[in-house]
Design a binder for this molecule. Structure first.
Ligand code: SF4
Length: 270
């Protein structure tokens, strides 16, 4: 754009060799400066001519002051409408500060409460552990001293090694008890047995082998006569039982046919 003769009354095209980043400021930036800081600055606008060459042009003082006046008017409109309002900004900042303080206060209260609860649980757990340990060591009501409800066999004084800690002695007792249970399980699985309390009264076993199985007064099955049937009948009943509560154990008659296969099938239920 080539400045017309008329425009030259309002603008001055600054030759490129006089472009100074210290003294020439874009008009918008210039207008944001306090008046007292503008004495050594000049505002400029970018323009481009027909050869696509950039120019910096200086608006005269009248145009600059008109722009300042428009900017002030715009600020007034914003202020009046609540946008960029000084009082609104102060109130919002105050709200933010109060909210932050309130949040920090709540977090601190929660931390204190959490710590207190943790301490209470810690003390309670420690007290319960000590009670259980004492009960085991004093051989009191062993069925009630473990959370698992497993029985603990009575400890003989000589089995408690004096040099071991109480916790080590307790761990040893539990280990010994579990070993005993495993041995007992192996012994029990030698004989056929039925978990009567789990029976769902489906009639499968009682109809398949009425001589072996029968119902009690609660209409739940039990083994009435183990010698009244074959090992095969027990295995078949175990396979059909929906509650999986029949355990065939080991065959009573070593001469029964097909025992090798039946023992394998029975193992699943023992
Ligand atoms: S098959 Fe099982 S569930 Fe059914 S009656 Fe016999 S024991 Fe009970």
């Amino acid at each position: 754009m080539v400045l017309s003769a008329d425009a030259k009354n309002y603008y001055l095209d600054v030759p490129a060799q006089f472009w100074s980043e210290d003294s020439l400021l874009p008009l918008a930036e210039y207008l944001r400066l306090p008046l007292k800081d503008t004495h050594d600055k000049l505002p400029f606008l970018w323009t481009i001519d027909e050869q696509r060459v950039l120019h910096r042009i200086l608006p005269n003082i009248m145009l600059t002051e008109i722009c300042r006046e428009r900017l002030d008017a715009w600020s007034f409109v914003q202020d009046f409408g609540g946008s960029n309002n000084y009082h609104a900004k102060v109130a919002a900042e105050q709200e933010r500060t109060e909210a932050a303080v309130e949040t920090e206060k709540k977090i601190a209260e929660l931390e204190v409460k959490h710590q207190a609860e943790l301490e209470q649980v810690r003390q309670q757990t420690a007290a319960e552990a000590m009670e259980r340990l004492s009960a085991v060591l004093m051989d009191l009501d062993p069925l009630s001293v473990l959370p698992s409800g497993k029985a603990v066999k009575a400890a003989k004084p000589e089995e408690l090694t004096p040099m071991k800690s109480a916790e080590q002695n307790l761990a040893q007792l539990v280990e010994d008890t579990e070993e005993d249970e495993e041995v007992a399980d192996e012994e029990i699985s030698e004989e056929a047995w039925l978990e009567t309390f789990r029976c769902t009264t489906c009639n499968e076993c009682t109809e398949m082998s009425p001589a072996v199985f029968d119902y009690n007064e609660d209409k739940q099955a039990f083994i009435k006569d183990i010698n009244a049937g074959t090992f095969k009948e027990l295995v078949l009943a175990a396979e059909e039982c929906p509650a999986k509560c029949i355990h065939p154990g080991q065959p009573l008659n070593p001469d029964e046919a097909g025992l090798e296969d039946l023992i394998k099938r029975a193992a699943v239920f023992n």
